[in-house]
Write a protein that binds this ligand. Structure first.
Ligand SMILES: Cc1cc2nc3c(=O)[nH]c(=O)nc-3n(C[C@H](O)[C@H](O)[C@H](O)COP(=O)(O)OP(=O)(O)OC[C@H]3O[C@@H](n4cnc5c(N)ncnc54)[C@H](O)[C@@H]3O)c2cc1C
Length: 404
């Protein structure tokens, strides 16, 4: 499609009274791009064009009703959780919430057992009746203490020993990453706690809730401002040279921005198989993990997560794979080193800000990306203030950091 066509001209003149162009070109309409568009338009009165290559807003958090009328997450289950009251309050401007605490069971040795491993997991697995104190002693007795924790295997074996590691973690991690946990950074499994009580919630954060009417509705509200124009189905490269803009916010993959000049940053991808079944419920909780059997890692059932009532139910199977959309940065030291080459180039660019999970090559949850975008907005605000008063940006940023 010729982007310099009428459609483009209409978009530009509609957005820009007096043809002054856009202040910001934002690449990507996920959390990073949408939060920044909202803040810049509402707080700063900036004129923003959001360009998104997919046919929808919301990035990977996008949700929609499937053919059966069940609300699904096409890019896998997204559960909102955060410890930050600020982030929760900020998002609450665009949505009401439904309290929801995610629960996960692991299919191990023919039983469905709580994950993260807790008191019930151990008691059910071994047919025991231990107390919290006794299970702590049990973990101590089976743990293989490591002097140095380097890999994902070290983290788990050090905490719960080799047998539980083999039953719950090894197979899952091998499927998920296509690598043995002994080859992966400690950070991958460091996120997974072990509990000596019966708490079976997957997350322990202070705020755990789902947007009452879904993520897409929340994004629609965020982007609903006369200063924000959204262009879907468009790669930013198709329009960046044709449209007038002053500053770019880039939330796509950082290596792609620099045309892979230092090489490709490795990602792990997923194939999602969505299935609707004509029964009210498919499984007892939101997610069941399959660490040791089948090609998929887990099955998630959306109605548990969204609270929707419907006579049918929809589930998604996740098959990890090497090729496909970039989902998980692969946490290995050599990849971090490669990312730093790109990061140095990004830092040197005055008129482009890199924000979000792909642009900073980090495994961030939604709340962390919102936090990162709000922090980037503050820095941009300081730049605007400095530009208006003629104060050099660095001086004003320093003054802000020192609370002057
Ligand atoms: C399977 C899975 C499950 C997850 N579950 C959870 C969860 O339960 N809880 C949680 O907190 N987090 C979860 N996450 C993480 C969450 O998806 C991210 O934190 C969040 O979506 C990141 O937002 P973002 O804006 O940085 O990136 P994205 O959502 O990826 O948005 C970037 C956007 O940029 C667009 N783009 C890229 N290149 C271009 C281009 N050249 N031109 C135009 N547009 C472009 C992309 O199409 C995309 O829409 C999960 C992630 C995955 C993969």
């Amino acid at each position: 499609m010729d982007k310099s066509s009428d459609v483009m001209n209409q978009a530009v003149s509609a957005a820009v009274p007096g043809q002054r162009g856009f202040d910001y070109l934002i690449v990507g309409a996920g959390f990073a791009g949408s939060v920044l568009a909202e803040r810049l338009a509402r707080e700063q009165g900036q004129r923003v064009l959001v360009v998104e290559k997919r046919p929808h807003i919301g990035g990977n958090a996008y949700d929609r009703y499937d053919d059966a009328g069940v609300l699904i997450h096409p890019y896998g289950p997204h559960i909102f959780h955060t410890n930050s009251a600020d982030i929760f309050e900020y998002l609450s401007r665009f949505t009401e919430w439904r309290p929801y605490q995610h629960r996960v069971l692991g299919s191990v040795d023919g039983q469905l057992l709580p994950i993260p491993i807790n008191l019930d997991t151990v008691n059910k697995l071994y047919g025991l009746n231990l107390t919290s104190f006794q299970v702590e002693e049990f973990f101590e007795s089976v743990a293989e203490k490591k002097t140095e924790i380097k890999t994902s295997e070290d983290v788990v074996v050090n905490k719960v020993g080799r047998e539980l590691y083999n039953k719950f973690f090894r197979g899952y991690t091998r499927k998920q990453w296509g690598m043995d946990p002994s080859e992966l950074d400690a950070s991958v499994t460091a996120r997974v706690p072990t509990r000596t009580n019966r708490d079976d919630r997957y997350f322990a954060d202070t705020f755990q809730a789902m947007p009452l009417h879904g993520y897409t509705r929340m994004f629609e509200k965020m982007l609903d401002h006369p200063n924000i124009k959204v262009m879907l189905n468009t790669d930013y490269r198709e329009v960046a040279d044709l449209l007038p803009w002053k500053h770019m916010i880039y939330t796509g993959p950082i290596d792609s921005f620099f045309n892979f000049k230092h090489g490709k940053l490795p990602y792990r991808s997923l194939r999602f198989q969505h299935v609707t079944v004509p029964q009210e419920q498919f499984q007892p909780v939101g997610t069941v993990n399959y660490p040791n059997d089948y090609g998929y890692t887990r099955i998630s059932e959306f109605k548990h997560i969204t609270g929707q009532k419907h006579p049918s139910t929809s589930v998604v199977y996740e098959y990890p794979c090497a090729e496909g959309d970039p989902y998980y940065p692969v946490p290995r030291p050599e990849n971090a080193a490669l990312y730093r080459l790109y990061e140095a180039e990004a830092d040197a660019m005055e008129n482009v800000t890199f924000v979000g999970r792909l642009a900073t090559y980090k495994y961030y949850n939604m709340d962390q990306v919102v936090g990162q975008a709000l922090a980037a907005f503050k820095r941009l605000q300081q730049r605007h203030a400095a530009a208006e008063t003629g104060t050099p940006a660095l001086q004003s940023a320093r003054a802000a950091a020192e609370g002057r």
